[in-house]
Design a protein. Structure first.
Length: 433
């Protein structure tokens, strides 16, 4: 067990449990005397005692609760008075536990199971689970957490918090419990599906929207103590949400676009706009905002405009030229690779006289600019990326990713686009001509 699990325990550093933890970490074997001392300490946030494995449903919930609360252990063969009664069928219990972890929990739990025999012949089973792949749920999408020595079904707010604490790689699968399928733009969804699947999905197919959303992993059956429903995931809302509702349900997806008159953020603001909607709508609105103040070309123009201020002008709004594919890729990168789990900040689109900057809030851990330049990335939203970059989704698709953006940007302007990671921000700067 990791030391993190026990840092909030009421016992001091020399407690039996800390000693037991050190034994596991150092030897990967359970010392019987240390295990007995741990059992005598009784149940708490990380330890559950069970005399038998009687109910698969209850044990499934206990395992999920531990895994969703930092990890812990269930010891089978011990009664509620902390006395070892032992098990007659330790091998059968082990098989049942493995089956539960593999077949009854989403995503599956990968436990460590120890069978321990004492000198008096009594045998027990110790199941240990971690929290690496949390949050976990039952097959019917019930989530459990552990409070003290008790488990309880998580509320919708607690489920949201579980996903907020999850690594970004799975945040696109967050069930949006405050939304439902009425918030989905069915026309956009079915336009994509029919274009993708062709004759398999005709107008009279009768295939329900919720089913195709679930098939694509964009909606889930969600149940809690207040009832059950089918809700879109974050990825589902971002891809196919009704454009007027996405910003209300998930406001951090909004892009803030600003045009400055000059080359500094201290210069006068010409226009500032909040770009909201599903990702296709945001892409279109971002592109429209850019083309109000810049010109996009497939190849370098033969000459560029030389604008000068006229007498009486307060400021000059210059129009720079940019490579179209480079701008498309920069916008796509910002929308698809955004870490949507970060609560603070929005994606920013900044247009200056001589450049465009796109800024995303990000976690810096594990990000390597050099690997990104080679197109080697760990996409935080793989499902979202796959659908967004499919030509049937409706957004202009450019091939080549970041390497293309760097190559074509240098060819067009003479300056390679600049990528920086600094102070929790991922920045792309495109020089105009």
């Amino acid at each position: 067990m990791s030391k993190k699990r026990f840092k909030n325990t009421r016992r001091d550093i020399s407690s039996e449990r800390m000693f037991f933890e050190q034994k596991i970490l150092s030897t990967h074997l359970l010392d019987r005397s240390d295990l007995l001392n741990l059992i005598r300490g009784g149940e708490d946030t990380y330890i559950e005692l069970k005399v038998r494995l009687n109910s698969v449903e209850k044990i499934t919930a206990e395992i999920i609760a531990l895994a969703n609360s930092g990890g812990g252990a269930i010891i089978f063969g011990v009664n509620d008075k902390c006395r070892v009664e032992g098990l007659d069928n330790v091998d059968e219990v082990e098989e049942q536990l493995l089956a539960i972890c593999r077949n009854q929990i989403l995503p599956p739990v990968f436990p460590r199971i120890d069978k321990v025999a004492f000198d008096n012949g009594k045998r027990i089973v110790v199941l240990e689970v971690g929290s690496r792949h949390a949050p976990h749920s039952t097959l019917d999408r019930r989530f459990y957490i552990r409070l003290g020595s008790n488990k309880q079904e998580a509320s919708r707010e607690e489920v949201m918090e579980l996903y907020n604490n999850k690594r970004p790689a799975g945040f696109e699968n967050l069930p949006l419990v405050e939304a439902d399928l009425n918030n989905i733009d069915e026309a956009h969804l079915w336009s994509y599906v029919r274009a993708l699947r062709g004759e398999n999905f005709g107008q009279d197919n009768g295939y329900p929207t919720f089913q195709v959303m679930k098939d694509m992993g964009l909606a889930v059956d969600y149940s809690d103590k207040d009832g059950s429903d089918i809700v879109p995931t974050l990825g589902g809302l971002l891809l196919f949400g009704n454009y007027s509702q996405v910003g209300k349900i998930f406001p951090r997806a909004t892009v803030i676009a600003t045009r400055f008159s000059g080359n500094s953020v201290s210069d006068p603001v010409v226009e500032r706009a909040e770009l909201s909607g599903n990702l296709a709508v945001i892409f279109e609105r971002a592109l429209n905002f850019i083309t109000r103040y810049a010109d996009l070309w497939d190849s370098r123009p033969s000459r560029t405009q030389d604008l000068t201020a006229q007498p009486g002008d307060q400021f000059i709004v210059a129009r720079a030229d940019y490579n179209r594919a480079v701008v498309f890729e920069a916008i796509t990168n910002a929308l698809v690779h955004r870490d949507y789990s970060l609560r603070d900040g929005h994606t920013q689109l900044l247009i200056f006289d001589n450049r465009i900057e796109i800024i995303n809030p990000c976690r810096t851990n594990g990000l390597s600019i050099e690997s990104i330049k080679y197109g080697v990335v760990n996409a935080p939203n793989p499902r979202l990326k796959a659908i967004f970059k499919n030509p049937y989704y409706g957004v202009p698709v450019v091939a080549g990713g970041v390497p293309m953006m760097l190559r074509e940007g240098k060819k067009f302007s003479g300056h390679s686009p600049e990528i920086r990671i600094c102070n929790g921000e991922f920045r792309i700067k495109l020089d105009g001509i």
